[in-house]
Design a protein around this ligand. Structure first.
Ligand SMILES: [Zn+2]
Length: 236
């Protein structure tokens, strides 16, 4: 009954390969990474929103600051001109009047500067808080990506080695049995054979009818029947 032993070995090898593939494709690190990426994306959206709200205020702040600076220069010029002026009373009066107006405009620009700063403060705090929250997540993401790459490389190597020994096992099987096994494998996937466990085919998990079960139990030595449901060879 060497073919039965070889079939079992081949079947176990195929199932083992499938398990390692499933392990590679369902690493717990992948789940953690997906959750983390969702979290980071929502933090990024919140960050963009806060930055978007802050942007016009920041522009207004800088433009008020620039106005205040230019007007202050004008104030100094007027003050200097007044101090050294020898002009008529009318001219001096006009200069005084302008100075007063420009001083008012400086005060208004400075008020605007302050208003913008006050409005910006909570937004800047929000932006800083989002960045602080995202920081460890970004680090963990890099760490996870590295771990996943490494784990996958190790498992890929293992799968490659398992496939090599599987090929050797298939070579050792009589061609007639190998063809039957491969045909069942192509049809059913994962493995071309299965075992009967508590009256069920452990490939498709479907219970054999009492008649099939009886047939399975009384097969001639070395003869193999197929699962009526999935078509896998039912190994004794
Ligand atoms: Zn089955």
């Amino acid at each position: 009954m060497e073919h039965l032993e070889n079939l079992r070995a081949l079947n176990d090898a195929d199932r083992w390969i499938e398990r390692v593939i499933a392990q590679r494709d369902h690493l717990p690190e992948l789940g953690e990474l997906a959750t983390l990426e969702t979290e980071l994306r929502s933090l990024l959206a919140a960050l963009h929103e806060a930055q978007h709200a802050a942007e016009p205020l920041r522009q207004a702040y800088f433009s008020a600051q620039e106005s205040a600076r230019k007007l202050s220069v004008r104030v100094k010029d007027l003050e200097g001109a007044l101090a050294s002026s020898t002009g008529s009373g009318r001219e001096l009066g006009a200069m005084h009047h302008e100075l007063e107006q420009v001083r008012e405009r400086v005060a208004a620009a400075e008020d605007e500067e302050l208003n913008c700063l006050v409005a910006l403060e909570p937004l800047d705090e929000t932006i800083a808080a989002i960045k602080e929250r995202a920081q460890p997540g970004v680090e963990r993401r890099t760490q996870l990506q590295g771990e996943i790459t490494q784990l996958r490389a190790t498992l890929d190597e293992e799968i490659l080695a398992l496939r090599e020994s599987r090929a050797a096992l298939a070579q050792g099987l009589d061609p007639q049995w190998r063809q039957r096994y491969d045909a069942a494998l192509t049809r059913a996937g994962i493995s071309g054979a299965a075992y009967v466990d508590a009256g069920r085919c452990d490939g498709c998990r479907i219970a054999l009818s009492p008649l099939d079960l009886d047939r399975f139990r009384h097969l001639e030595a070395g003869v193999v029947m197929d699962c009526p449901e999935c078509g896998r060879m039912l190994l004794p």
